[in-house]
Design a protein around this ligand. Structure first.
Ligand SMILES: *Cc1c(COP(=O)(O)O)cnc(C)c1O
Length: 397
C-alpha cells in the first residue's frame, strides 16, 4: 500500500494554495532542488564534459525510460526520453506510416490535443502523395477503424473532458483491420495504471511535466513495442539515435531498440529533476493510486453537483471511462476559473467553456477537495466571478 500522507510531504505546495492543476504542470518535488543543484555543481561544474561518461549522462534517456516503463506497463528497453511530446508524436507517426505503407489514412478524434493534430497535418503536407488525417468524434473512433486506416493516433484521455478511451478494445480492433496504434499518454502516465504491453500497443508517447512532476520543459518519452524495434525507422534520424554515435559515420544507421528514437543531446538538468520525482513514484502502488483518484474525483463531482446546479458535468460518471480529472461546462467558465484562482484554488480553463480540475493522489487530499468545493460553491452562489477583472483573458489560460 502506498502512504499518500507521506508522499504529500515530499512536494513543495505553496501555503494557502489548493493545487488542482497537476494534470497540466506537476508541483516541485522537494528533493529536486538538491538533485538539480548537485547535477549543476558536482557534474556540470566539476566534471564538465567528462560527465557524459562519469555521471552516466549518455545513458540517462534509456535508464530513466526504464523507470517510466513500470508506470505505463512497458517492457524494459522500449522507452526513450527526450525532446517534447509534439516531437515524439511526429516521430511515432512517421515510423508507423512508413511501416504500414501503402495505407495513407491517420485516424484521430476531435478530443485530441491540437498539437497532435497539427503535427499530423504537417507530416501529411511533407509526405504529400495522398496522406490524410481523418478526425471523428471520440464516440465514433471504434467504428471508424476500417481496412483503409494506416494508424490510429489517439490521446487516451481527452484533455478537455477527461473521457478515457478503451485502449485494449481500440488496439484490438485496429490490429484486426491491419492498422497500427499510437497512444498519447499525456493524461495517463502517472494518472492511473497503463498497460501498454498487455494492450498490444504499437507506439506510445507522453510528457513528464504533468502527472510525473519533472518541471516546466521536462522531457517527453516515446514507447516502441519490442516487436517493432528493428522495423521502426526514425524520421528524425539524429546522431544520438545512431547505432554508434561516436563512430561519426557519414551514413545513418539506427541503434537497436527504442534508443533509435533519440534525436540530439538529452536535457540532463531536467532529467535530474525527473529522477527526483521518480524516486517518489517508485514507492507508489498504481492500483492504490487509481482507487484514490476515483475516490477524489467522485467526491468532487458529488460536491459540486449538489451545490452548483448551473455547472454541467463534462466528465463521464462511469469509472472505466474517466481519467484523473474532472471538468464542468459553464458559458462564463473563464471568469469562474479566474475567481477560483484569486481564492487560491488552482485549476484551468479550456476553450470554449470548460473549467478543469486535476486530481493527483500523491499530494491532493479529501480535505483539499472539500475546501475547493466550498469555495467554488460560494463563487457560483454569489456570482463572485462577474467582474471585469475576471473576464479579461490572459495569454495562458
Ligand atoms: C500537454 C500535451 C501536449 C504538449 O506537447 P509539448 O510538445 O510537450 O508541448 C501534447 N499532446 C497532448 C495530448 C497533451 O496533453
Amino acid at each position: 500500500m502506498t502512504d499518500f500522507a507521506q508522499t504529500r510531504t515530499m512536494f513543495h505546495l505553496p501555503d494557502g494554495m489548493i493545487y488542482l492543476d497537476g494534470n497540466s504542470l506537476g508541483p516541485l518535488p522537494k528533493a529536486a532542488v538538491d538533485r538539480v543543484a548537485r547535477t549543476v555543481k558536482d557534474e556540470w561544474g566539476d566534471m564538465l564534459i567528462t560527465g557524459w561518461n562519469r555521471a552516466g549522462w549518455m545513458d540517462k534517456p534509456m535508464s530513466v525510460g526504464n523507470r517510466i516503463a513500470r508506470l505505463v506497463g512497458a517492457e524494459p528497453g522500449s522507452i526513450a526520453m527526450g525532446d517534447t511530446l509534439s516531437i515524439k508524436v511526429y516521430q511515432a507517426l512517421a515510423s508507423a506510416l512508413e511501416m504500414n505503407a501503402p495505407r495513407k489514412v491517420i485516424l484521430s478524434d476531435s478530443g485530441n490535443f491540437p498539437s497532435d493534430l497539427y503535427m499530423a497535418q504537417g507530416l501529411c503536407r511533407t509526405l504529400g502523395n495522398g496522406y490524410s488525417l481523418k478526425i471523428v468524434t471520440p464516440e465514433e473512433v471504434l467504428d471508424a477503424i476500417d481496412d483503409t486506416v494506416a494508424v490510429t493516433m489517439l490521446t487516451e484521455v481527452d484533455y478537455r473532458t477527461g473521457r478515457k478511451h478503451d485502449m485494449a478494445a481500440i488496439t484490438k480492433r485496429a490490429h484486426d483491420h491491419g492498422a497500427l496504434t499510437i497512444w498519447d499518454l499525456a493524461h495517463s502516465a502517472g494518472a492511473f495504471p497503463v498497460e501498454l504491453a498487455k494492450a498490444g500497443a504499437d507506439f506510445a508517447c507522453g510528457c513528464t511535466y504533468k502527472y510525473l512532476n519533472s518541471g516546466p520543459g521536462g522531457p517527453a518519452f516515446i514507447y516502441v513495442a519490442p516487436r517493432h524495434h528493428d522495423r521502426a525507422r526514425p524520421a528524425l534520424s539524429g546522431w544520438q539515435g545512431h547505432d554508434a554515435p561516436f563512430a561519426f559515420d557519414l551514413d545513418y544507421r539506427p541503434a537497436g531498440g527504442a534508443e533509435r528514437m533519440r534525436v540530439g543531446t538529452p536535457p540532463i538538468l531536467q532529467l535530474a529533476a525527473l529522477e527526483a520525482s521518480l524516486d517518489i513514484w517508485d514507492t507508489v502502488d498504481m492500483a492504490a493510486l487509481r482507487a484514490r483518484s476515483l475516490a477524489l474525483t467522485d467526491q468532487f463531482i458529488a460536491g459540486v453537483e449538489a451545490a452548483c446546479p448551473t455547472l454541467t458535468l463534462a466528465t463521464p460518471r462511469d469509472h472505466a471511462m474517466r481519467g484523473s480529472q474532472v471538468s464542468f461546462r459553464h458559458p462564463e467558465g473563464y471568469a469562474i476559473m479566474q475567481a477560483l484562482i484569486a481564492r487560491g484554488v488552482i485549476g484551468d480553463f479550456r476553450a470554449p467553456d470548460i473549467i478543469r480540475f486535476g486530481f493527483t493522489p500523491l499530494y491532493t487530499t479529501t480535505d483539499d477537495v472539500a475546501k475547493a468545493v466550498a469555495i467554488l460553491s460560494e463563487i457560483i452562489a454569489k456570482s463572485l466571478w462577474d467582474t471585469p477583472e475576471f473576464k479579461t483573458r490572459k495569454k495562458v489560460t
